[in-house]
Design a protein around this ligand. Structure first.
Ligand code: NAD
Ligand code: TDX
Length: 333
């Protein structure tokens, strides 16, 4: 198969490209990525010499660039997005452009070029906070923040292209991913790298918000399965099945690093902060997927990766991240 992966220089997309190139010797991948602050070609250094891999710098909102990259491919997987909730609260313009208009641009090009499989990478956040039980794929979309609202907008558009145009689309909605190469603005890499620098860990609110953690390689396996065996027009939840309160996770990270709990600094809560996410994953499990990595072991491996790859995260934290973080805490929260 010849694949177009968008946003492949980011966290999950780069793991997915490596997964495909390793597992399918006959496949090739075009990676279309704008290289925003979150895109990092270091994430793919080990595959850049592979003749089956090609990088194209471009914006998914640019119709001409998208059509050019999409020509001749069998399937499109859209990972490209503005992906950080806190940045969407500081300013949502880019979220609407990339997450909604970018998805629309890809759908139009896929329709024009007759692409036979399009996978949209979405998120559990589109269901909003789930106080009890777990959201099925048929649950109403009730996004709480500009990021999740723009992802929900994209999901609705993708589904409409199936209903109206019979474009063969599939959607995966996964829970919180973690693993190597995640930009250190997200909870796990932020807290690991801050702790390594002996900086305070800003824990929002009472620290009792719950996330369901999914190791990134397990998500890649699920996306691969949906690409090959999913039913067009369908949505698949992908949850790690590991619900943890933020405060518990924070203590676990500090323990793994041998750092004191006094580094935990409670700060003002995130506006619109969803209390809990939880997914019903019967549908993807019926396709034959389940997480292969145990949470504690995967977290320990992730902590080790950041300990051993300072050369990856230190330049990020002293570069773009620094300006973002100063904006985030400008109010003195
Ligand atoms: P990321 O922020 O690490 O990477 C996003 C990538 O998209 C970057 O390489 C960036 O350069 C690229 N990009 C951004 N705007 C672009 C544009 N206009 N055109 C082309 N490329 C562009 O994100 P991630 O954490 O790897 O998430 C990937 C996808 O998975 C996103 O769609 C996100 O919504 C979804 N998702 C993420 C998680 C998670 O926990 N990280 C969970 C569920 C779903
Ligand atoms: O500094 C922090 N302090 C803190 O307490 C940060 C960055 C986060 N948190 C809390 C907020 C959340 O309850 O930790 C939890 C996880 O936060 P994030 O890592 O920002 O993830 P979340 O908001 O849950 O969204 C993530 O999962 C769904 C991804 O960023 C999205 O891209 C994905 O769609």
């Amino acid at each position: 198969m010849k694949l177009l992966v968008t946003g492949g220089a980011g966290f999950i997309g780069s793991h997915f490209i490596r997964h495909i190139l390793r597992k399918y010797p006959g496949d090739s991948v075009v990676n279309l990525d704008k290289l925003t602050y979150a895109g990092n070609l270091e994430n793919l250094r080990d595959v850049e010499g592979d003749s089956r891999y090609r990088f194209v710098r471009g914006d998914i909102c640019d119709g001409a660039a998208v059509r050019e990259a999409m020509r001749g491919v069998d399937a499109v997987l859209n990972f490209a997005a503005e992906s950080h909730v806190d940045r969407s609260i500081l300013g949502a313009d880019e979220f609407l452009k990339t997450d909604v208009l970018g998805t629309f641009t890809l759908l139009e090009a896929a329709r024009e070029l007759g692409i036979s499989r399009c996978v949209q990478i979405s998120t559990d956040e589109v269901y909003g906070s789930i106080e009890r039980g777990a959201a099925k794929e048929s649950a109403p979309l009730r996004p709480s923040n500009p990021y999740s609202a723009s992802k929900a907008g994209a999901d609705l558009l993708v589904s409409a292209y199936w209903t109206t145009h019979r474009l063969p689309v599939l959607i995966t909605r996964s829970s919180n991913n973690f693993g190597p190469n995640q930009y250190p603005e997200k909870l796990i890499p932020l807290f690991i790298t801050h702790a390594l620098e002996d900086r305070p860990l800003p824990l929002y609110g009472d620290g009792k918000n719950v996330r369901d953690w999914l190791y990134v390689r397990d998500n890649c396996a699920a996306i691969d399965l949906v690409l090959h065996a999913g039913v067009p027009g369908e949505v698949y939840n992908v949850g790690g099945g590991t619900e943890v309160e933020n405060i518990v996770l924070t203590r676990q990270i500090l323990r793994l690093l041998g750092k004191p709990e006094s580094l935990i600094q409670p700060v003002k809560d995130r506006p619109g902060h969803d209390r809990r996410y939880a997914l019903d994953c019967h549908k993807i499990r019926a396709l034959g997927w389940k997480p292969a990595h145990e949470f504690g072991a995967a977290l320990a491996e992730t902590v080790r990766w950041y300990q051993e790859h300072e050369a990856w995260w230190r330049p990020i934290k002293s570069g773009e991240f620094k300006a973002y973080y100063a904006r985030q805490y400008a109010s003195g929260a």
